[in-house]
Design a protein around this ligand. Structure first.
Ligand code: ATP
Length: 224
């Protein structure tokens, strides 16, 4: 009996990256049943399986070797890598290629009435964020002392309810900040989606990637 080697790619199940990721795979010629709700879906014309998961689970699945590749935002990738490093877990990965979608920035934002006079004016304040590791790294590199509290969603509400002085959150247009009485004061990280892989692929899987990667790069180039 032969078992075919299949490349397993993790992508976001539903959210801001899922449509563009699905489009990218389709433009690369991968035949997937679009209506397929299965969490592990077979590509019918290439030895590839697509695993649909939460974005925040993708880096760990790749770093642990459960998935060979993943498509994820750099923000989630770096946050997870820093967190796993701290916990002594495997945090190694390779960025196979950057992708030209999912652009956003991780920014510090304060209530509109806050008198922002530079980073020093944030010293000693408390920030609500989903990205404590990226925020801690920024604070350390810039010599400011900040406290944080972890919120997985609705971060913008934190200052209004007295949970934090400001927030550190993802922004693309700034409309959500404005709607919540906040102003962006510093960009701490710029992010896009990336294709990532664990450190080394078995030769059969590398061969599948060698076919797929030029297609991905071609689609990206055509979009420029
Ligand atoms: P999960 O799938 O774990 O629920 P999530 O809550 O981060 O992940 P989304 O809000 O769909 O899910 O965001 C997915 C990714 O999309 C982000 O990590 C980021 O890389 C990218 N992104 C692009 N623009 C924005 C934005 N304005 N706000 C949030 N994320 C953005």
């Amino acid at each position: 009996m032969t078992t075919e080697t299949r490349l397993r790619i993790a992508m976001q199940k539903s959210g801001r990256l899922s449509d563009e990721t699905q489009q990218l795979l389709k433009r690369c010629g991968l035949k997937l049943n679009v209506g397929d709700r299965r969490l592990l879906a077979h590509v019918t014309n290439m030895p590839i399986d697509i695993m649909r998961v939460r974005s925040s689970d993708i880096p760990g699945l790749v770093m642990d070797g459960v998935c060979d590749l993943g498509i994820v935002g750099d923000n989630t990738l770096e946050e997870t890598a820093l967190e796993r490093e701290l916990l002594g877990q495997n945090s190694a990965y390779t960025k196979t290629t950057g992708l030209n979608f999912g652009g956003c920035r991780l920014s510090l934002a304060m209530p509109e009435e806050f008198n922002y006079t530079g980073l020093a004016s944030l010293d000693g304040l408390r920030f609500a964020t989903t990205y404590p590791q990226l925020m801690k790294r920024f604070a350390k590199e810039n010599g400011i002392n900040v406290d944080f509290c972890l919120l997985k969603g609705s971060v913008e509400v934190a200052p209004r309810v007295g949970l934090a002085d400001g927030i550190c959150d993802l922004v693309s247009t700034g409309a959500t900040l404005e709607a919540n009485g906040l102003k962006e004061v510093e960009v701490i990280y710029r992010s896009k989606a990336s294709l990532i892989q664990g450190v080394e692929l078995a030769p059969e899987k590398q061969a599948i990637l060698d076919t797929l990667l030029p297609r991905i790069q071609g689609v990206m180039k055509a979009k420029e």
